[in-house]
Design a protein around this ligand. Structure first.
Ligand code: ADP
Ligand code: MG
Length: 864
């Protein structure tokens, strides 16, 4: 049992998977030793506090066809070649020692190739102690004054610990002292200078906050695992130099708390660093002797130094150890210097050696496998069996991985090129180990007694001895006790032989009587002395009582004083508390008001927001309506304006025409009335007129005296003719593409006699509103001839009608292959439609037939 109390059976991987926060990964550190010679090729570099980089050496590169790959490995911390032992101890081992003193288990091992610095790190060298002497030093620095007397704690053979009272311990001490077994010599001794050099770590390192109300006791054991056998290096066997007996191998057992222990292993109680290290050194020497005598390869054995720490609370008086087995805590720290991790073929192992080497490798292989399986189980939630039992090494440490405790490993590497491949293996194993988690040990429960017991008891003892000293009493109770006992025994006269062999023997009895009387007297004397001493002690006690009483009184006085001040302070505190309360109340009210105001503010803000939103919406609605309305108004207005204009124009035209027609009629009437009958020009007969249009389309036959019968022309082009182009100013622009073009024309706005006198052709442009609402333009053409009265008359012969239409679904007939359509086709596309009709009418005055007029000169000017 590692810790007798509070360390119940543990199967953490199966039992505690739900609490991963209480698990810590195995702490893996890397230490790089310096090269032996500066000219050696180096293949490992420390690139940061936590990372090393490995690069293949030159030869290796050639071997691998120049393939060059650097690899980096990260650890909790990396110690470079210049890092000193103390630093390694502070970082790696110190927390383990602290845990040990707090009743928790720990395991620290060094791993690496032979020559990589494992032993240097663990044990160190004279003047440069390693982790082991430093751990011991720290332990004794911490618990030194609180150690139990020898044999108060007793380890049993089931990995447990017992406690006994100091008197029993004393008796056992005396019993062992007379036995011929070599014992650790107490008191000041001559230490081996080599050991002194090793443990002289010059480091007053100690654990802060050691429980001073506990009593501590350290036990050490040292074993070696070689060829899968466990040897006790501290076993005291009579050594025969002639025929050395091979050491007996030990077996492993599991205690009731599932911790493994070596049965029958020597466990030495040690009281100081020197003593502990001496024990270690003894084992170390034995190991060396065995190696040489049994022709062993020392680098192929694992050495395990176990430090056990038992601790139990002091009783309520703070004087003696509490005699309760359940109250004892036993924790242990195992320091392991593993065998070289190199593969067997590296050393020239042969025959028996090879078999041994294979086995050693086997235990490291098992360690590797166990770590691998553990890692897999933890990573993937598997429940594979971890093969701890396959080797003694892994079996011994089973509960560190399966149970709880802190596990730390220092990976040692030699950066030399020859070790490259082996170092690679070491690094890979180390990286994998970091991924394994171990359950964090729980804190041991407190014993329930008042703390500070030891200190109070010490104060009392000091006071007592001071008083005794003042009276010339004993200073050191224990030595005094022994010396008194010795004097008494010396003073007691030995009893003479009291066997009566002769009936007449009158000497033996008187002698006996004399001696007995002497003894009686002595006894009486001693009783007197004793009663005297008792009396003195009584008076002393009374005095002590008195002083205690006076001190008590004094203390009481001080106490009442203090109480008064405390009472004053209390009232002050009460007052302040009241004040605080009122202030708090005020704050509360203010806070409430503030919340109300804030609430109001929020509501108002919300209202404001919603109102402004509504307003915005309304404004935008209004804008939209306005726009729509304006658009509508503008449209209607425009439409109406246009309509009105058009109607006005049409009406005007109509009226003008009517007026003009009336004018013309009037003029003609006038002409008929004023003109003599003989002056009348010869007019074509009505019959002829009727026929003319038929002929006209065939060929133009200008007959000078005949009424002008004109061939239909799109535009008049006869060069000799002179035209009067009468365009009333009220006309609107036609916008037709084909505009009537009359060459040599005299354009007039109103009928003019002067113009008629000069011309022989007349054309009136007349506009009127057609039935479909469009404007229709008519070109009314006629011939001018002289009347007999010397005036001019116009005979209308031809009306050309121009009309504008809106395009309604008429498709262009031309195609891209025919970009130049014939004129007729193009013409038919025009939106402006020109309608023509030719008439040959002779208009006589008063005749209401047909659209023929005789246009007389002197037309009246009319306003449009
Ligand atoms: P291992 O135990 O791994 O086989 P050792 O601890 O015996 O290796 O070291 C081999 C040699 O290297 C020893 O002489 C040791 O003094 C030296 N050495 C190892 N580590 C260091 C170091 N960090 N600093 C100085 N010397 C070292
Ligand atoms: Mg070594």
């Amino acid at each position: 049992m590692m810790a007798t109390r509070a360390k119940k059976p543990r199967r953490p991987i199966l039992k505690k998977p739900s609490n991963p926060s209480l698990r810590d990964p195995v702490g893996v550190y890397c230490r790089v030793r310096p090269l032996s010679r500066p000219d050696q090729e180096c293949c490992i570099e420390v690139i940061s506090d936590t990372t090393v980089q490995m690069h293949p050496p030159d030869g290796y590169r050639i071997f691998r066809n120049g393939e060059y790959r650097e690899t980096q490995y990260s650890f909790k911390e990396v110690f470079g070649t210049l890092v000193v032992q103390k630093k390694v101890f502070d970082v790696v081992a110190k927390p383990l020692v602290e845990d040990l003193i707090r009743g928790k288990n720990g395991l620290l091992f060094t791993y690496g190739v032979t020559g990589s610095g494992k032993t240097h790190t663990m044990t160190g060298s004279p003047g440069d102690g390693g982790l082991l002497p430093r751990c011991l030093d720290m332990i004794f620095n911490s618990i030194g004054p609180f150690q139990a007397k020898r044999f108060v704690f007793k380890l049993d053979d089931k990995n447990g610990v017992d406690v006994q009272c100091e008197v029993d311990a004393l008796l056992e001490r005396q019993k062992r002292d007379v036995m011929p077994v070599p014992k650790p010599t107490p008191g000041k001794r001559q230490i081996d200078p080599e050991i002194a050099d090793m443990i002289n770590v010059q480091d007053q390192c100690k654990v802060e906050e050691v429980d001073e109300d506990n009593v501590y006791c350290v036990f050490v054991s040292y074993i070696e695992i070689y060829n899968n056998y466990i040897y006790d290096l501290l076993e005291e066997a009579p050594f025969d130099p002639i025929k050395p007996k091979p050491p007996q191998s030990k077996i492993l057992r599991e205690d009731q708390n599932h911790n493994m222990y070596v049965t029958g292993c020597t466990e030495v109680e040690v009281k100081s660093t020197e003593e502990a290290f001496e024990v270690f050194w003894r084992g170390q020497k034995k190991r060396r002797i065995a190696n040489t005598q049994l022709n062993r390869e020392s680098s192929r054995s694992h050495s395990v130094f176990i430090i056990k720490l038992a601790q139990a609370p002091l009783d309520a008086d703070g004087d003696k150890v509490l005699q309760e087995k359940e109250q004892i805590t036993l924790s242990q720290l195992s320091l392991v210097d593993l065998a070289g991790s190199e593969r067997t073929n590296r050393t020239k192992a042969e025959g028996n050696r090879l078999r041994e080497a294979g086995n050693i490798n086997q235990s490291l292989m098992t360690l590797r496998t166990c770590i691998e399986v553990l890692r897999e189980n933890q990573m993937y939630g598997l429940n594979k069996m971890v093969p701890y039992r396959d080797s003694k090494l892994t079996h011994l440490f089973k509960n560190y991985f399966d149970g709880e405790g802190k596990v730390r490993m220092i990976v040692c590497v030699n950066p030399k090129a020859e070790d490259y491949e082996e170092s690679l293996q070491v690094m890979r194993f180390a990286e994998m180990t970091q991924e394994v988690e171990v359950a964090r040990p729980v804190d041991r429960p407190l014993c329930g007694l008042t703390p500070g017991r030891r200190f109070r008891n010490q104060a009392f003892q000091e006071e007592l001895s001071r008083k005794l000293e003042m009276r010339g009493g004993p200073v050191d109770a224990e030595t005094e006790e022994q010396s008194v006992l010795e004097t008494i025994l010396q003073n007691f006269p030995p009893l003479p032989a009291c066997e009566l062999l002769d009936i007449n023997d009158d000497q033996t009895l008187p002698k006996l009587i004399e001696v007995l009387e002497k003894r009686h007297k002595l006894r009486q004397m001693l009783i007197k002395e004793f009663s005297k001493a008792v009396l003195t002690f009584k008076t002393m006690l009374q005095e002590f009582d008195c002083s205690v009483a006076s001190k008590e009184n004094y203390i009481k006085g001080r106490l009442s004083e203090k109480e008064k001040t405390i009472a004053g302070q209390k009232t002050e505190i009460e007052r302040l508390e009241k004040k605080i309360k009122t202030l708090e109340y005020k704050i509360e009210i203010l806070e409430k008001t503030a919340t109300i105001y804030e609430e109001d503010k929020r509501n108002l803000q919300q209202e404001l927001e919603s109102k402004s939103q509504k307003l915005q919406r309304q404004a935008s609605d209004k804008r939209r309506l306005e726009a729509r309305f304006q658009g509508m108004v503008a449209e209607t207005t425009m439409k109406w304006e246009k309509e009105c204009e058009r109607r006005v124009a049409a009406k005007q035209l109509e009226m003008q025409n009517k007026l003009w027609v009336k004018d013309e009629k009037l003029k003609q009437l006038k002409a008929i009335v004023t003109e003599p009958k003989s002056d009348k020009p010869e007019r074509p007969s009505r019959e002829r007129d009727r026929e003319k249009p038929v002929q006209r389309s065939v060929s133009p036959s200008p007959v000078p005296n005949a009424p002008p019968v004109r061939l239909r022309h799109r535009r008049s082009r006869s060069a000799g003719e002179r035209w009067v182009d009468h365009k009333p100013p009220s006309n609107l622009p036609t916008e037709t593409v084909m505009q009537p073009h009359v060459p040599h024309a005299i354009t007039v706005a109103a009928a003019s006699e002067k113009a008629l006198a000069k011309c022989d052709k007349y054309m009136l442009t007349h506009q009127e509103l057609a039935s479909d609402g469009e404007i229709e333009t008519k070109l009314i053409k006629g011939d001018v001839f002289k009347t007999r009265g010397g005036g001019q008359a116009v005979q209308f012969t031809d009306i050309e009608t121009l009309k504008q239409e809106s395009p309604t679904g008429r498709k262009r007939r031309s195609s891209p292959s025919n970009p130049d359509p014939p004129e007729d086709a193009a013409e038919s596309e025009w939106t402006d439609v020109e309608t023509r009709c030719s008439v040959a009418v002779e208009m006589r005055a008063g005749s209401a037939l047909g659209p023929g007029y005789e246009h007389h000169a002197q037309p009246k000017r009319r306003k449009p």
